[in-house]
Ligand binder design. Structure first.
Ligand SMILES: [Fe+2]
Length: 290
């Protein structure tokens, strides 16, 4: 018996006629269909799940009120039901000119991906003090703020910001001070991004931003996206928040608030690998003022 085929209708643009839509499908067997729906982002209608990746479409017909009211409801619904925060400008819609009251509304799947990544990162960093999820979200908001008005790939900024410290625990747990969390974070980010269906180019760009966000390694931020992540991260080490994070780090690692080294050159050689901005080897010997 011939195996059943299932039809998927990828939506590439919204101004297609009914006939064009009806003939614009791809056929797969059940297993392939499941894989396509799970892994590909071709605009198939996908179900929302609170921990899944989604592209959300609304088809609105025979509607005679302002479309902004529907959008408002949608924003509230996603926030209350799925803890997905979006703003009006994230929602795009087209009006069907040939049919009164007919709209198509779409929200890109990046919001689902951000949410999934945030959950993974939060779990990974729950034991970290200064590099916990609160730091990640402050840097995220700052990076989005810095990116305003700039010609940048906002998706790269958002995703690299969320993942930039995911390897923080590995550095924290290494008493030798040889582990670089920026490099570890990029290593850990890659398979996550592959699983979430990002393109190879996008993954390379995101990983490059992550590797170059740390001023203590030799990788300098080159793209505007990498520079924005770098600046946003450093701004979170300034001011009152920076001081609070410093104390949290001191408490967590048994370091000193203020302790003068007898000889700074010797200290740099012994505990910082010979460079003033080198990696700290024994945190209990370190002092915040150095
Ligand atoms: Fe950071």
């Amino acid at each position: 018996m011939e195996q059943d085929k299932f039809r998927l209708y990828p939506i590439k643009k919204f101004n297609l006629t009914k006939e064009q839509i009806a003939n614009n499908y791809e056929e797969y067997d059940l297993e392939e269909t499941k894989q396509k729906l799970l892994k590909e982002n071709k605009g198939y209608n996908q179900r929302i799940s609170s921990d899944g990746i989604y592209t959300f479409f609304v088809d609105c017909d025979g509607y005679n009120d302002a479309i902004t009211k529907v959008i408002k409801l949608l924003i509230k619904y996603l926030d209350e039901k799925y803890d997905i925060s979006i703003s009006k400008k994230d929602v795009s819609y087209t009006k069907n000119k040939g049919k009164e009251g007919s709209y198509h509304i779409a929200i890109p799947c990046i919001y689902g991906k951000c949410k999934k990544i945030k959950e993974i990162v939060e779990k990974e960093l729950k034991e970290c003090s200064g590099h916990n999820i609160d730091h990640i979200m402050r840097v995220f908001n700052m990076a989005v703020h810095l990116a305003k008005g700039e010609n940048v790939d906002l998706e790269v900024i958002k995703i690299s910001t969320l993942l930039h410290d995911i390897g923080g625990k590995k550095e924290m747990d290494d008493p030798t001070g040889k582990t670089d969390h920026a490099i570890e974070s990029a290593k850990m980010a890659r398979p996550i991004l592959e699983k979430l269906g990002f393109s190879a180019d996008k993954i390379d760009h995101i990983c490059d931003c992550i590797i170059s966000h740390r001023y203590k390694n030799e990788h300098e931020p080159k793209t505007l996206e990498a520079k924005i992540l770098f600046d946003a991260d450093k701004l979170d080490a300034a001011g009152a928040i920076g001081l609070a994070r410093g104390f949290a780090w001191i408490g967590k690692n048994g370091a000193h608030i203020y302790k003068k080294a007898d000889n700074l050159d010797d200290y740099i050689k012994e505990n910082l690998g010979g460079k003033i901005n080198g990696r700290i080897q024994d945190k209990t010997k370190h002092s915040a003022h150095i």
